[in-house]
Design a protein around this ligand. Structure first.
Ligand code: SAH
Length: 479
């Protein structure tokens, strides 16, 4: 390690920033945030100082800093981008034993300014030792994305309860064990799902039990998480956070490998796959299994393709959980109609084409089809049909029989948003034949309405073409 990582307490202490541009403004902002008395030296302060310059802890000097200015300072930043002036600042700082940092000039730096993720009081600082600041910045963006915004609040919440833990638990070892169990357990779950009151209650129960050396009865929880139609980049941050917390995951065929691989590595995996007419596990069995696992104290992740509340039987599964008093959370996902439409360049509504859009399923309970044809056949609307592949023949004929123009544009999007996405376009009268010819593997979504024509110009997702090409290439290599 080339540097010693420390977090300096600069509250009320003097910090010098030489410069009036963007670089200087960023350093001033950070120093003010940390409570320092900041002295900035610049003939003029740039636009970036607009919000900062009236800060009560900021003093603006129009001349350059002189040797006596460094007396009593903790840190000095050179950010003028004028090499000579910055070097002079470094010499003066050194002369006074003040730590100096000149932006982007390693040899004039006593310390590095790290990239930070600020969830105060929780702060993560990343440094590449000055070797590759861009890598540190990219990493910062990634951590920023995966770290729930409420983590800082969770840290503050824990901080407020520290005294109580100190009084109740006498040994450092017992306190460490207690914090480990609570901060990664139901207390944090409750807090991060937006219920600080319940989190505090649970915290106090666990603290009392720990003080008496007892175990608290563990209560698990079920996360019903929508994963979107397949492209892992379409997951929500919240979905990803819960995927990282799960102890056991229940998934089915609609969930792609790319998504399963993002689940916490040591979570147990249970395939509860359902293929049409080949139920690996009955719906009730799945719900019962979730209840059983949650009652064992596990964090159960139930992954659902698309959105759990759109043709996903999410409601049915939750009814069983509610009846058994198992706590749960539901995380929405991008539903297939949305994902497929976007990735096929078919706007579901458009002022010149469709003022409404209906989502229907061609699969009723026990496979019985009972569609509201009057609504479906209305003009000026787009119809998105889930699970419509196997009855496409019947569906398209029925639209025509109900008086819809046989030339109405229609499309079927197979494996939408995935690398092997295929879009077959036609009309009500020929879509079935075209889909048969394409021999689509599924899952597939049917879209009916004149908006389908817009994809001729709006179709932006080209991956599948290149992929199909490479797939056939690799197939021929195998042969
Ligand atoms: N809850 C899911 C739908 C489950 S029903 C959602 O909100 O998307 C399963 C049907 O969804 C499939 O038969 C198919 O019609 C559609 N579907 C799901 N993923 C799809 C995808 N990647 N491409 C095309 N259709 C998809």
């Amino acid at each position: 390690m080339d540097h010693l990582p420390v977090f300096l307490d600069v509250k009320g202490k003097k910090i010098i920033v030489d410069g009036g541009g963007t670089l200087a403004a960023r350093r001033v902002e950070r120093a003010l945030d940390a409570g320092a008395m900041v002295h900035v030296y610049a003939e003029k302060l740039g636009e970036e100082f607009r919000e900062l310059k009236n800060h009560p802890s900021l003093t603006h000097h129009t001349d350059a800093p002189q040797l006596p200015d460094f007396i009593g300072a903790t840190v000095a930043y050179g950010a003028t981008e004028d090499e000579e002036r910055d070097r002079h600042l470094y010499d003066m700082a050194n002369h006074n034993h003040v730590l100096a940092n000149v932006a982007d000039v390693t040899e004039y730096c006593d310390f590095i300014t790290p990239s930070i993720i600020d969830r105060s009081p929780l702060v993560i600082a990343i440094s590449s030792g000055g070797a590759a600041p861009i890598i540190a910045r990219i990493l910062r963006a990634r951590i920023e994305a995966i770290l729930p915004a409420a983590y800082g609040k969770l840290a503050a919440f824990s901080g407020r309860l520290r005294e109580r833990v100190m009084t109740k638990l006498k040994t450092p070892e017992s306190r460490r064990m207690f914090w480990e169990n609570t901060i990664d357990g139901p207390v944090a779950d409750k807090f991060l799902s937006g219920d600080p009151k319940a989190a505090k209650k649970q915290f106090l129960i666990e603290l009392d039990a720990a003080a008496l050396g007892q175990d608290v009865e563990k209560v698990g929880e079920v996360y019903l998480v929508g994963t979107g139609p397949g492209d892992p980049d379409l997951l929500t941050f919240r979905a990803l956070h819960l995927m990282q917390r799960a102890d056991v995951v229940l998934y089915d065929r609609l969930i792609g490998d790319g998504i399963i691989n993002l689940v916490r590595r040591d979570a147990e995996r249970v395939f509860v796959g359902k293929r049409p007419n080949d139920h690996a596990m009955e719906q009730q069995e799945i719900s019962d299994l979730m209840v059983k696992l949650a009652k064992e104290g596990k964090r159960v992740l139930r992954l659902k393709g698309g959105d759990p509340f759109i043709f996903g039987r999410g409601g049915e599964e939750l009814e069983t959980l509610a009846a058994a008093d198992v706590p749960f959370q539901v995380i929405p996902g991008i539903t297939a109609a949305s994902g497929c439409a976007s990735y096929a360049g078919i706007p579901l509504t458009h002022r010149d084409h469709a003022q409404s859009c209906v989502f229907v399923t061609a699969h009723g309970k026990d496979g019985v089809l009972s569609l509201d044809w009057e609504t479906m056949a209305r003009p000026g609307q787009t119809v998105a049909i889930y699970m419509g592949r196997s009855s496409l023949d019947f569906l398209t004929e029925e639209f025509i029989r109900r008086g819809v123009d046989p030339n109405t544009p229609a499309a079927i999007v197979d494996n939408g948003t995935r690398p092997n996405q295929q879009v077959v376009k036609g009309t009500l009268s020929n879509l079935y034949e075209k889909a048969e010819a394409a021999n689509l593997p599924g899952p597939a979504l049917v879209i009916i309405g004149s908006v389908v024509d817009l994809s001729d110009t709006l179709n932006w997702y080209k991956n599948f073409e290149t992929d199909k090409h490479t797939m056939s290439l690799s197939a021929s290599v195998e042969l």
